[in-house]
Design a protein around this ligand. Sequence first.
Ligand code: MOS
Length: 730
Amino acid sequence: MSELRLGFPGNEKRVDAPDVKDSPAPWDLATDLAVVGKAHPRLDGALKVTGRAKYSYDIRFPGMIYAKMLRSPHASAIVRKLDISKAKALPGVVYSEGAAGARIRHAGQEVCGLAAESEEILDDALALVEVEYEVLDHAATLDMAMAEGAAKVLDDGPNVRGGRAPGNLEAVAKAHAEADVVVAQEYRTQVQTHSCLETHGCVCKWEGGKLTVWASTQATFAIQSSMAQALRIPAADILVITEHMGGGFGSKFGISSWDAFCARAARETKRPCRLMLDRREEHLVAGNRPDSIQRCKFSAKRDGTLCGAAVEAFGTAGNGGGAGVFNPGIYAFKAASQSASDVLTHAGGARAFRAPSHPQGVFALEGMMDELADAIGMDPLAFRKRNDRHPVRLAQYDVGAKEIGWERRVKSGSAKGPVKRGLGMASTRWGHNARPGDAVNCRIGRDGSVLFSNGSQDIGTGTRTVIAVIGAEELGLPVARVSVRLGHTSDPYGHGSGGSVTAPSIAPVVRHAAWLAKRELLANVAAADGGDAGKMDLRGGKVTGASRDLTFEQACAMMTKDAIEAQGQGRAEFFGLPRFSGEVAGVQFAEVEVDTEMGAVRVVKVVAVQDCGLVVDPLLARSQISGGVIQGISYALFEDRILDRATGNMVNPNLLDYKVLGAADMPEIVSIAFSVANGISPTGVSSLGEPPTVPTAGAIGNAVANAIGARVRSLPITPDKVLAALGVLS
Ligand code: MOS
């Protein structure tokens, strides 16, 4: 056993941790780190800003062909007749697939696929395909699908499904009975599409029975295995390459049907083939965040004690499941219960989306918290502090309140003049999602070069830089001396970037690989030069504890072979260390300005205080936090997939009418990476990608209510809803 100092300055805990065999001592509050925790430019930053970074979208080959799917304009239909013959006869069309009979369950569902010499020929060819649809009744929205006599989306049962056991309802009723105030309200959130800057798709190229796929993905190895399954070939015959990718947010794990079509077109024509979705397809078929209706009944005592919470939730994940919400949670309710139902609709299916179920649930949860605080006449911040047990959030509340100037908050609706300001806040949580299974190679060359390699991808979070910083720390080198190769499945296995697992899972493995390589290097030094390798270390570009002054390069020159190669393995015992707290914590504060004549909301400032375990690099961490806040503001005020009830088609399938926050909408964002020695692993790095997007809409919703003295319980908070809440519009 050895003692670990966990926590953060002001709240430190000493705990006994089991020693992990054949592994360096865990980093904790006592560790003096030279590289970790300092700001380093992102390794791929220059490549990206100069346009030299090659995305899958940029991959082009001589003789390449282009593929695209023809998609149904109807939300519910049967393909009665499909005639591709005219399209196939068009010069330049080289491959096609498709047959009549398909049952269409959402607008945009694929009907057939074509490949051609150029994108222009492809468009002409798609227009020549003749399809006869038998158009059927549809239910495109939540309300339509829940209505009496609604068209059924799947044949094997009703549209409204699940409804997890409400459980605990008696305990909630008892808690409500003890309360002084009970608030019941309905909250709604919209469908949000991922709107990845780089659309979904891939480029496929065959050589002698082996396939290379340049995929825009957040999971190279899932692309490899799912493509192998679709093509019925061994995974070992597939190389997936993802050097850079333009956003996934949960929508880019395994292959989609169009990727397999692209691979088959390339195989059958013996030519490289490219299929990247256009923006309309991206909105229609590449996933979304489910919407929700949340009927909430919460209660509290006048002294600020939370009592009961019951939530009845409905949401649609389109023609699939998974529309649950995270509500209630976070706070110490005496009793809580939830029932959640998936409502099937004739719409594109949902996919995981940055903190699945959380932003929608927390918008309602935090709105209800403010409504309760109002009902008992208590400050919302004091109310939360009274009902929160998380040691990290309790410290973060004060940091955030000070930064936003919470003492400026006036009674809701008391601001003067037509343009009113308001302050609001909300909290977030996430799991410490570190998991075993990653492997990382560390190669130290006799020439002093250092390369870390892993086959997973950088979803955009800065994984290359995380690897370089951790590796440099263990090897006592500056970050600039370390190279990283990512995104080739020929390198060791790495997890898909989902659930914010990447940095916490790979960090201890990088460290271990570096530690193993270092041990061998120092053994070489001892063999060549005398001294005790066990007393040596690498620090500041030098060997410490050797019989004479030696630089890292001099040590490398003593190698008996060309290079030392060590592989770190993400062993389960790396992740069994004691933890300071069970969850990642964060709080956000928002200041908004509401024009009560026009209804427009402008976010003035957001303060985000976020725990992510050990902060590897504050620049990267703040960038992640700011990105989460930006996506959260966009969700709060703008983004909305609008389906035409009459046809089931999306009326805004572009980036003009589907509004995503732009530079002009950007507030001041103060992102504070709140470092916590959480235990977790020998590095203490935890999850960061998802939690900072969770509370933003809740904080903004509360700030709007504080500004105007009326509450908008539906996202996005658009001018018409603000004016309706004010009673100006009905
Ligand atoms: Mo995520 S939504 O687990 O990429």
